[in-house]
Design a protein around this ligand. Structure first.
Ligand code: HEC
Length: 152
C-alpha cells in the first residue's frame, strides 16, 4: 500500500520523460539527415569534381545540385527547429536559432535565394561549377558561423 503512490509517480515521470525525448529527437534527426544529404551532394560530389577528386560530369553535377535545391526547400523551421529541440539529442544547432529566429530565417532565405542563379553554371563546366559552389558555399558558411556549434 505504501508503495502505490511512488509507483504512480514513477510511472507518470517515465511518461513525461519519454514524451519529451520523443519530441526532441524527431526534429533533430530530421534536420541532421537533411543537412547530411545537402553535405553529401555539396562536399561529396560538387566540391570533389572541382578538386578533380571526381571526374567532371554535367548530369551528375546537376543531380547533386537538384538534391541541394530540393533539400533546401524542404527545410521547415517550425517543424525541424521547434522550441524544445535545442537539446535532447546530439544536436549541433546553436541556441541562437531560438534567440534570433529572424536572423536564422534570413540565413535560410539567403541560401535558398542564391541557388536558382547557379543552376546554369553548375551544369556548364568545371569553371562554372567552381564559381557556383563558391557562391553557394558562402551561404552555408553564413548560416553555420552563426547558428551551428561544434559538437561536444
Ligand atoms: C539556414 C542555416 C543553414 C544553412 C544555409 C546550411 N546549414 Fe548546414 N547545418 C545547419 C545547422 C543548424 C546544423 C546543425 C543541425 C543539428 O545538429 O541539429 C547544420 C549541420 C550541417 C551538417 C552536419 C550534419 C550532421 O551530420 O549532423 C552538414 C554536413 C551541413 N550542415 C552541410 C551544409 C552545407 C554543405 C550547406 C550549404 C550547401 C549548409 N549546410 C547550409 C544550418 C544550416
Amino acid at each position: 500500500m505504501k508503495l502505490a503512490p511512488r509507483i504512480a509517480t514513477a510511472v507518470s515521470l517515465t511518461i513525461v520523460l519519454s514524451a519529451g525525448v520523443a519530441f526532441a529527437i524527431g526534429p533533430i534527426e530530421t534536420r541532421k539527415a537533411t543537412m547530411k544529404e545537402i553535405g553529401g551532394a555539396f562536399g561529396g560530389v560538387l566540391v570533389k569534381m572541382v578538386k578533380g577528386e571526381k571526374p567532371w560530369n554535367a548530369a551528375e553535377a546537376k543531380a547533386a545540385y537538384d538534391t541541394i535545391v530540393a533539400k533546401a526547400n524542404s527545410i521547415d523551421v517550425a517543424t525541424m527547429f521547434p522550441k524544445g529541440s535545442e537539446s535532447g539529442g546530439e544536436t549541433a544547432a546553436s541556441p541562437k536559432i531560438w534567440s534570433d529566429p529572424a536572423g536564422f530565417q534570413a540565413a535560410l532565405d539567403k541560401f535558398r535565394a542564391v541557388l536558382p542563379g547557379q543552376a546554369e553554371a553548375v551544369g556548364k563546366d568545371v569553371a562554372g561549377l567552381k564559381s557556383a559552389i563558391a557562391e553557394i558555399g558562402k551561404t552555408c558558411k553564413g548560416c553555420h558561423d552563426g547558428y551551428r556549434i561544434e559538437k561536444m
